[in-house]
Write a protein that binds this ligand. Sequence first.
Ligand code: N01
Length: 549
Amino acid sequence: MTAPRREVDAVVVGAGLAGLYAHHRLRQLDLTLQGFEAAGDVGGTWWWNRYPGARCDVESMDYCYSFSPEVEQEWTWTERYATQPEILRYVDHVADRFDLRRDIQFETRVTAATWDEAAQRWHIDTDRGNRVSAQFVIMATGCLSAAKQPEIDGIDTFRGETFHTGRWPHEGFDFAGQRVGVIGTGSSGIQSIPVIAQQAAHLTVFQRTPNFSMPAKNFPLDPESVEARKAVYREHRQRMRESRAGVVVPMPEHSALELDADARQATYERAWATGTLYGMVAAFNDLLVDRDANETAAEFVRARIHEIVDDPEVAERLSPRKHPFGTKRPCLDSDYYATYNRDDVSLVDVRATPIVEITPTGVRTTTDEYELDAIVFATGFDAMTGPLLGPDITGVGGVALRNKWAAGPRTYLGLATAGFPNLFTITGPGSPSVLVNMAVAIEQHVDWVADCIAYLRERDLASIDATVDAEDDWVDHVNEVADLTLFPHANSWYMGANVPGKPRVFMPYIGGLPRYTEVVNDVAADDYRGFTLTPVITPEPERSASSAH
Ligand code: N01
């Protein structure tokens, strides 16, 4: 006989920054919780992505929780851009300090969530046989957590070691003396390539699309500057929340086309020297909306690549010309371009000579065969929707989320999707998410969800579900704003273009964090406008024979 389902108030899926904070906030509401996490411990993306050179490219003092002024004061970051191990130590510290592992079952993947209309609850199943019933489900599954293998034949035939940057072995791997191939030149490739090059006997990089990358100019943080920030941390956090991308950057006043060439060049040089993603992207106010303005930034970066890389042919191969600057996520690097000046590093343009297959001994392209001992797939993720469509999620009327989203994700505010009551998506598609500092976006979403749940419980409401009309309006708005920009012109993971067959839709909301925050707060203040709130359905008492007449 099947065991009865364990009943809790909420299931939280994922134990990265979002899931952990959800546990913290929901516990304050006295909810009973069950967390599930596929990884062996807390950390989410920072638990999985342990590839050489992995760092955050948002500054460490900004990429961390703000909910606890105590943690803010007691934790001291050591570098401008924290390494993956340091971030994981930080997450570990927060989890310990607030006892956040208590309700989490690790090494457990949620396989299904099914809405039970009569009970107004979710039934959750896992790959370890857990059966849970919950009023609420919080999908804190991350935007970039479904690692994507490349569609290349023969991977299984390779006799050497293979790795995916997003699933790196915890014991690490020493490439010393090896002939290594890296496939992919997004952020993960661009961060790992310089480090792998230092270890390997020879590194071959297989590049399909060159990306724009800027120098990170990382440095150890000195105690005085850390103390200075800590002294004004609260005010700084507030400014972050009020900033378009969740980091404080001066808003540009000028169009790139307003200035003469010298003044423009000087602006770009200053932006380049900041060693920040947003410095360059926000150097002018029209880089992401005007093709000609954008081209000035693209040309500036290409000129830097040609300056750094000795061989002009290699420099040209590394120079992005097919997508506007910033429309595929740009990268911050440490010596990425200079790595191609090494004798033991070569660059293969697999757009010109595509990979045909992986053989037992290496990679075969249309023109050459590369003998390798190890291959690193830095091939990215089925972003944003991948983690949400992994489990079988079935809502009202037996509708599968996979079917509902067959033509692209549809959400109301990136927080909920109509027909799936009480299921919340933290930094879901249709929210600013990956376009802003994720730490800020996560806290904002979890706070909103916790406040919403508190509202429902105070009023004895059983469920909240987005209306189709509100969702349609939001999806239209998300698309309209995206269409004002150059983003739809690139084949990026923002557009789902990196996954064959995935609908081509710009997934995040690009209206900026302050505007978005205003909208979602306004919706909440207006008694959750655009949602249907349903009271607890009490079953009709069965009529006895005597009361029937
Ligand atoms: O993945 P990506 P990522 N044959 O999708 C190539 C965040 N992140 O893991 O562009 C050959 O960007 C693919 O080529 P193309 C950050 O938001 C943050 O690097 O599709 N090549 C591309 O070059 C980032 O944007 C940090 O033509 C193939 C690469 O693989 C996001 O995660 C660090 C291929 C994939 O690049 C994803 O980054 C790391 C094939 N069959 C990641 N398939 C920091 O905070 C794919 N490619 C610093």
